[in-house]
Design a protein around this ligand. Sequence first.
Ligand code: PA5
Length: 438
Amino acid sequence: MADIKFSYQGTCGFSNSEVYSAAKKLAPEIQMMNEAAKSGNYNDERSSINLPADRGSVKCILELAGKFTNAEYVVVIGIGGSNLGAMAVFEAIKGRLCSSPSGSNAKMLFADTVDPDSITGIGDIIRNALKSGKKIVINAVTKSGTTTETIANFLVLLDIFKRCEPDYRNCIVITTDRNSKLWEIAVREKLHILEIPGKVGGRYSVFSAAGLFPLKAAGINVSDMLKGAIEMRGQCLSNDIEKNPAALSAAILYLHYRKGIRINDSFFFANDLESAGKWYRQLMGESVGKKNDLSGRAVNAGITPTVSIGSTDLHSMAQLYLGGPYDKYTTFTRVQKFRNSVKIPSYRELVPLAPKIQEKGMTEIMDAILKGVQAAFRSGKRPYSEVMLPEKSERYIGQLLQFKMIEMMYLGSLLEVNPFDQPNVEDYKKETRKILGG
Ligand code: PA5
């Protein structure tokens, strides 16, 4: 099947020439991205784009993950950039109900916030599974190694493991920065360790060990995902602006920003992509939400990312989207071929309830709803673009994530902010530690 497709012409709120001329401003940035790609190393913050093709590192990660493919549960302890990518991919491929038969039957559990009820639930699952002889792998992912929530959850689950699993050291994998204190402790405790390269920020780390290890252990075909990412990197580093989806998409967001349209709704017409929406929300929120621009001038820049699910949220948000203020630009994402095809059964006595749907396929109905929404957006002069995924396979999810990460680097460049740092997230973390007496 062909690649994912980004469409915007005639619906995005700007003429092609306006979009191209904004995208052309990215020429120097595209040049720097190509230099980062050529180097193949991790000396530049752009270099997360080198992760998918880093054969040596991918091999090490997959070898370690291969030891855990018989695990019943893969428990990821991490938050923000350290778990949203893995969650997005796992749910897209295996389904939110974990019902897709692809890959192994391992389930992924995510411990992120410090909610005592959630961690107790995860703890109970682990205890029961270990008691009945099932295998579990715990993967604590934290770039800094000091995030309060992650360390708190890790300590709680470590305690359970120590009590129930004599070989607990072999079931724990720490993913962190080589310079973190956690790295030192993991070495001392003889735990398995994987590295997140220093220059790769959390929200750009899904193709590092942070995403690859737990996904592979849970039976996801990460090789196909990386193949998709490499394909998309080729397109998104192209100097031929009109064929560069990341540059075009960033240019449209930038043009809207300049016009004062500073809300971007990602409207996914697929339940299993909701976590991909949350992953993108972090990517956009943290990358371009900035107090200062690159020259240090106070700008308080930012685009507020929101996530909607079709058709569910049409029944709660369509009124606002079609009747409310002209302050949003929407990116619809649709899936061409779902994993299942479901035909609506025909019962003559129930025909009057919804006369035109019987015997139709559910995908056909979903498509009709999306087309209806887009027609209403057009007549209401509500700007939008569309990303079409041929299917929710590893390859296309890899393409989607790489497309969006490069788009965000370009958007940072157009807005003249640093898309790689998050100084104000650090502020709150420090304050929390002070309150806790650390
Ligand atoms: O994107 C980011 O840098 C943040 O969202 C971090 O990923 C998040 O705060 C978790 O940090 P860490 O991986 O250091 O535990």
